[in-house]
Write a protein that binds this ligand. Structure first.
Ligand SMILES: [Zn+2]
Length: 224
């Protein structure tokens, strides 16, 4: 037994946040009739599937060209890494840094964060609940920012195309990159952070109280 809503037979409606008395694992909210479960069903399975899909997409995103540079009408396709090198050569270091952070640092740390969260939800971990919570929020926060790379490439294409000597077009690599970003967003969305609490209590019995103790404490505080 524990001091969680789940153990007390309560579930929070994700739509209107009414605390419902649960009669089954899945039921309709008594106020807004949204059908919901106490925990996202198959959360870890879906998170794992989307994360692996994102990791797989990272490969073609880096192998296939992201940009095609035209110098005096001669096309020259470049992958993300080659593109970064070209921007450095052109003296556009800030653009190169932004593309590097957006294409490597952000997506890879997000994928690693998701694996860490999944591990923490399943096994005994050295991280405290607070650290796990922070990690979850960072992973959630990183999602839309990964798209920065796509914006930079398209904006660069627009800016450079205004000049006549050189032009840039986006190439197929950007499709895989976008898919990777979308998959990591789905992965973070599938992850139910409450699993971290469930698992934490499974391994840290000291932190758990019986329902009875919890209720008694509540009454005492109420009486004060
Ligand atoms: Zn509701």
């Amino acid at each position: 037994m524990s001091n969680k809503a789940l153990a007390a037979g309560l579930g929070n409606c994700p739509q209107c946040h009414k605390l419902n008395v649960m009669h089954a694992e899945k039921q309709a909210c008594s106020r807004c009739l949204t059908v919901f479960s106490t925990r996202k069903p198959k959360s870890l399975e879906y998170t794992l599937a989307w994360t692996i899909a994102a990791l797989v997409m990272f490969i073609p995103a880096n192998i296939y060209p992201m940009m095609v540079f035209y110098t005096l009408g001669k096309p020259d396709a470049s992958t993300i890494l080659e593109g970064i090198a070209i921007f450095i050569q052109m003296g556009m270091l800030p653009v190169a840094i932004i593309i590097f952070i957006a294409s490597f640092v952000v997506p890879l740390s997000k994928i690693m964060g998701l694996f860490t969260l999944m591990y923490n939800a399943k096994r005994k971990t050295q991280l405290t609940l607070k650290q796990q919570d922070k990690l979850y929020h960072v992973v959630e926060f990183l999602g839309p920012w990964s798209m920065l790379d796509v914006f930079v490439v398209t904006v660069m294409a627009a800016v450079v195309n205004l000049g006549f000597l050189t032009s840039i077009e986006v190439a197929s690599g950007i499709t895989y990159f976008t898919l990777m970003v979308v998959f990591t967003i789905f992965a973070a969305e599938s992850f139910d952070p409450r699993l971290l609490w469930d698992n934490h209590q499974k391994y840290h019995h000291r932190a758990t109280k019986t329902n009875q103790e919890y209720n008694n404490k509540g009454e005492q505080q109420h009486g004060k």
